[in-house]
Write a protein of this length. Sequence first.
Length: 126
Amino acid sequence: MSSGRGPDQTKGQSGIFRAALLGLCPQCGERTLFEAPARVALKCTHCGIDLGELERGGRFAGVLTALVAIILIMIAYGIEETVRPPLWLQAVVWAPLTVGIVIFALRLFKTTLLHASYENREDQGE
Ligand SMILES: [Zn+2]
């Protein structure tokens, strides 16, 4: 299905969203970037690029997770104040939504970071 598509397809803003959703390697474009929903693999199993080295800024991901969680909690409080939905409904809606948004935010953050540091390395002519 990915035949005829080079890594150039993952560049640009919509490309980053696609790369984050599918977990595309910045070098070969295979779905090897994540070994768990929000954990970057150490190496690409397809082309062997050192993903751990590209992910050096990943420690900031924890800060991002906390920020997303705080924003969601504030939104949840706002809804509770205005609508007052029953507690079971909030649990049903917010638990999976929070997990999903946090995981996607992490993936987007890490994918953007990895692709940016990969392109920087390319520019420096390595
Ligand atoms: Zn690869």
